[in-house]
Design a protein around this ligand. Structure first.
Ligand code: ADP
Length: 384
């Protein structure tokens, strides 16, 4: 990449949400020109990108033409027209991570088969084409309750996932090809973000632990470092490192795990991009996940993953039952607390549970960080 550090490198980012915005904030440190493809002219990244191109991510022409404008292409979302990426790759464009990895990850069935084929621990599973086949499998005793159905394609933030506990729940089965997984008795959900560059160097960020909001099924609070045992944390990092190595991925891979009630580690799913579970790294780790992504895709040496301070990250979600032009209440009071770092994504309209921003709270120890985070949660309200 001769153009690196020349002021002329054009980095294309597919989708201009908050992940794209924070990636651009890091890219600007190195004077990289950034272009964003998104169908929303008011998307979070549009206000700070060098250029914004209006277009649908699922549209072949929009993705292809966007790729033709840039020197290197990356993405911050999985649902992209994959044929356009393959065509661009064939014509010599650097696309990181490689489209073949994105194609695999877009399909939860292929993802699970990859784990199973590479000794990556994961919940046992079977693939089904239709709802009817799932019902027949239960009637014929080939599939036992309880189980979890996941649509192979298109799900996000818990949509496309359905827990079936008994035969009475079968009406809720989703339509479409799906993965049926054994239902895990989950003790904790944790995540590790791994990075790998083209030279094969791999580094993993410290383990984070996610606490979910049961109503929205979104991460409510995330803590880093996790309170799991040292050996289990090391094992999670080793699994994430083996997975990114087995995929040969250049960039970031966010790996989400379940820890079951017996302390066993299982990979749930992974995403080939910066991730909500890595936002805290901006303030709490020497290298942020966004800088690490840039280092990885530009084949630079990977940065240090050592923590500066323990951190708690809170997503700022739109309040339930409320939509309209957003107003953030209580921000000034929250900012009076030491170690509070506010990030607003710039979405103009709030909707119930929409991710509008996040706050990272750092402190010399986790007890203090959690105590400050509780105060912040009570102070900030996102509503119109
Ligand atoms: P998404 O990709 O939409 O985020 P996930 O695969 O992460 O979907 O599933 C959403 C949530 O459903 C998980 O965070 C977990 O709480 C629950 N879940 C998913 N798979 C299982 C499983 N096999 N056993 C028990 N709970 C599960």
């Amino acid at each position: 990449m001769d153009k690196l550090f020349t002021s002329t490198l054009k980095l294309g980012i597919i989708a201009g949400g908050q992940l794209g915005k924070m990636l651009i904030q890091e890219a600007s440190k190195w004077d990289i020109a950034t272009y964003v493809l998104d169908e929303d002219p008011q998307c979070p990244a549009a206000s700070i990108a060098t250029g914004h191109v209006n277009g649908s991510l699922s549209d072949y022409r929009a993705v292809y033409e966007f790729g033709k404008m840039v020197d290197i292409l990356t993405y911050e979302i999985e649902s992209i027209n994959i044929d356009a990426l393959f065509a661009l790759k064939k014509e010599g464009l650097h696309i990181m991570p490689d489209p073949s990895i994105l194609e695999l990850i877009q399909d939860k069935g292929l993802q699970k088969e990859f784990y199973a084929g590479h000794q990556i621990p994961t919940a046992s599973f079977t693939l089904f084409e239709t709802r009817q086949q799932i019902i027949e499998a239960t009637q014929q005793g080939r599939l036992a309750f309880p189980f979890v159905q996941k649509l192979r394609k298109g799900g996000y933030d818990g949509r496309g996932v359905c827990v079936i506990n008994t035969a009475d729940d079968l009406d809720e089965l989703l339509k479409g090809p799906s993965v049926i997984e054994e239902k895990i008795a989950i003790d904790k959900e944790i995540a590790v973000i791994a990075a790998r560059n083209n030279s094969g160097e791999i580094k993993c960020f410290p383990v984070v632990e996610m606490v979910f909001d049961a109503r929205a099924n979104l991460v409510e609070e995330l803590i880093c470092p996790s309170v799991i045992s040292e050996p289990l944390a090391r094992e999670a990092q080793q699994v994430a490192a083996s997975l990114i190595g087995a995929l040969g991925l250049c960039g970031l891979l966010a790996v989400e795990f379940f820890v079951d009630i017996n302390g066993k580690l299982l990979v749930n799913e992974s995403a080939p991009r910066p991730h909500n579970s890595g936002h805290h790294t901006i303030e709490s780790v020497i290298t942020s996940q966004f800088e690490q992504h840039l280092r990885a895709i530009l084949n630079l040496p990977l940065g240090s993953i050592h923590m500066k301070m323990p951190a708690v990250m809170i997503n700022l979600l739109g309040e339930e039952g409320n939509s309209g032009p957003v107003v953030y209440h209580g921000l000034a009071e929250a900012m009076a607390i030491e170690g509070v770092n506010v990030h607003l994504y710039g979405k103009k309209i709030t909707r119930p549970f929409r991710k509008m921003g996040h706050v990272t709270i750092i402190a010399p120890n986790m007890r203090e960080a959690l105590e400050r985070a509780d105060r912040v949660k009570n102070l900030i309200k996102v509503r119109s």
